[in-house]
Write a protein of this length. Sequence first.
Length: 417
Amino acid sequence: MSERLQAPRGTFDVLPDQAAARDAVAHQAQELLEAAGYRRIETPAFEPTELFARGVGEATDIVSKEMYSFDDGGGRSLTLRPEGTAPVCRAYAQHGMHKEPQPVKLWYWSPFFRRERAQAGRYRQFWQVGAEALGSEDPASDAELIVLLHTLLEQIGARELRLRLSSLGSPTTRAEYRGELQAHLRAHADRLAQDVRERIEVNPLRAFDSDHPGTREVMADAPRLVDRLGDQDAEHFAQVRRLLDVAGVAYEVDGTLVRGLDYYTRTVFEFTSDALGAQSGVGGGGRYDGLVEALGGPATPGVGFAAGVERMLLAASEQPAAAAPIELFVALDEGAVRERAFEVLLEARRAGLRAEMELAGRSLKGQLKQADRLGARLVAILGADGAQLRDMASSEQEPVEARTLAAAALRRLREGA
């Protein structure tokens, strides 16, 4: 016997029982976002590697450590997409969407790929639901997306939610702050984790995310970018907070929130669930006013969010949605003509019924047990002497002409409803 193959480490199979819960989240996301004017977009699973190097930032962990990149055989480097915002911005610029009425509001439900340590709810292939609003500087765009993600998380029953909120200001302010933070880190370099020391020059803001005790002590006294915002950025941030107050969405301003991507400007936010323990992040996002231009498009403000589907389901308290039960099961008794049974199955489906037929060679008793397992309301029993329609709730059976079985089943179900 050959060795049994398994899925690669850090990936997972979505089994039928699990798919129902994921489908429910996807349906809720679609209804919520499309009602707010967001239209579905899907980008390719792999993109030019340069897209993420230029957009996400070469010094980020995603680009420097976590991307799956490969040569396409023609000398071009391609990468399995690790995140969704840069591809959406690339599509916006490539297809001239800046010529449409602004803002262009888009949403996606897609798989992504990162070579990171697999742990509960975090995988090397994972799914995200995301939304982007391109072409508006209005703080209401920021607030709308935060409220939409909050609503979605509440709808799926996510537990113990907290919203962390901050602002990274303009690129100029951020550059000035970067120098101030680097000076602070250099002054305390002997107390920092080695990886933080190595990133002082290229990505000092990531020090806020370190779990190293010495680093955390140093960062407790570090300057905060949110305290150094220019007047316009400070007013923008204040308006976002006022709109969240109007919406009744509670938040905490957290100056240590920097997010892990270089393209963010102004608003950044993250939803966490205390029910998930240390790895508590569920979803987040922020504003990225320079990203489209950095990718070769016109200067375009933008803001968006992404939430991990696996993380959302872990945070949810509700049980997975059950699949819709079968309405009619077509069973074959002794002497039944299989062609006629198959015809009844097709007629039932054409009439709009959820229907299955026996395919495993069970006895009639076994078929009735299978129909019960499937939650079938009715069973059409075909035999040598004709056909009967059985009500699974009452166990009552009535003779029915085989050619009218589908119509009789539909009528019985309507009467029951």
